[in-house]
Design a protein around this ligand. Sequence first.
Ligand SMILES: CC(=O)SCCNC(=O)CCNC(=O)[C@H](O)C(C)(C)COP(=O)(O)OP(=O)(O)OC[C@H]1O[C@@H](n2cnc3c(N)ncnc32)[C@H](O)[C@@H]1OP(=O)(O)O
Length: 310
Amino acid sequence: MVEIVEEENLYGILNERNINYVQFGCNKKFQTWYGSTVYFDPDNKLIPDRPNVKNSPRKPLQKNGQYWLDTIYICEYCFKYCDSGEMLCDHDLVCNYKYKAPGRIKYLGPKYCIRRVKGSKHQLFCQCLCLFTKLFLDNKSMYFKIDQYDFYILYEINSTIPMAFFSKDIISYNKNNLACILTLPPYQRRRLGTILMEFSYKLSRSENVISGPETPLSPFGLISYIKFWARIIAYELFDGELSALGKISVTDISLVTGFRLSDIIMTLNYLECLSSSGEILTSIIKDKVQKMSGKITGYIIQDDDLLLDD
Ligand SMILES: CC(=O)SCCNC(=O)CCNC(=O)[C@H](O)C(C)(C)COP(=O)(O)OP(=O)(O)OC[C@H]1O[C@@H](n2cnc3c(N)ncnc32)[C@H](O)[C@@H]1OP(=O)(O)O
């Protein structure tokens, strides 16, 4: 169904939405957030590569002249795409990923598991996942050169439907533990993004590096990370490894959490709990994090549930 041609001019940022809806599997439909040119043939703005019907007279569905396509049909198991519901149903019958999720399990918790899928091994799956991501994230444009990335994909236990994922450079010169994160729109605000952020630090801790996400963060990425960093810092200060210490420095927090100094300082500034002399005002942290997140809770991911040895 899909054959992706690598072309420089396909690096698809567009200032307006050009696809209105995603029909995702048989029974989920939602609006896109951003435009993307990468699904389309640049000459005619059609989705290419429709086997057997190459010469049929297809016109992009225009709505007030704005959309190149009203609805794109995407498989919820493997992210292959097409422009007709009929084709999606045909594909659904034969999609291998519906019966077997790719990759190797690296976290097996009570409700969710996280699989590592190598970009080099599952190329088409990972490329299609990146194309899909572009519809919900404006500032990333990595679609085709995916060999040097691992993808960590979250599934409900016993399900083959991906719910959220992040990509990670196999070798990151900036020591980033996460390149790009997405919770698929139907599954957002269920703490899946938080679980993946936690997991990304478990991975970098296992590699003994102080690390963090690639920047710049999107607005939702920033909110989610600040909340995550603030909650873990508060937990370590009041219930965790730092609770027995007297005066705490940013470096102490970094060593215990694996967070970068710059991310910790940004979070403390956000919480307005750094004095002008750089002292951390812990009582303010407790108050603010409780207001922001309710109860101060620890890690969601338990170390015993990690399967990080290859
Ligand atoms: C390095 C990078 O990749 S930056 C790019 C980040 N990715 C994107 O922007 C892609 C589109 N956005 C997403 O996929 C998601 O919004 C993510 C990945 C950022 C967050 O995923 P989710 O699974 O929804 O996060 P999660 O449920 O753990 O929420 C964490 C907190 O972030 C905040 N948050 C997340 N989404 C929203 C939102 N839409 N509106 C307001 N607050 C939000 C909330 O405070 C939330 O906690 P709460 O629900 O307890 O209030």
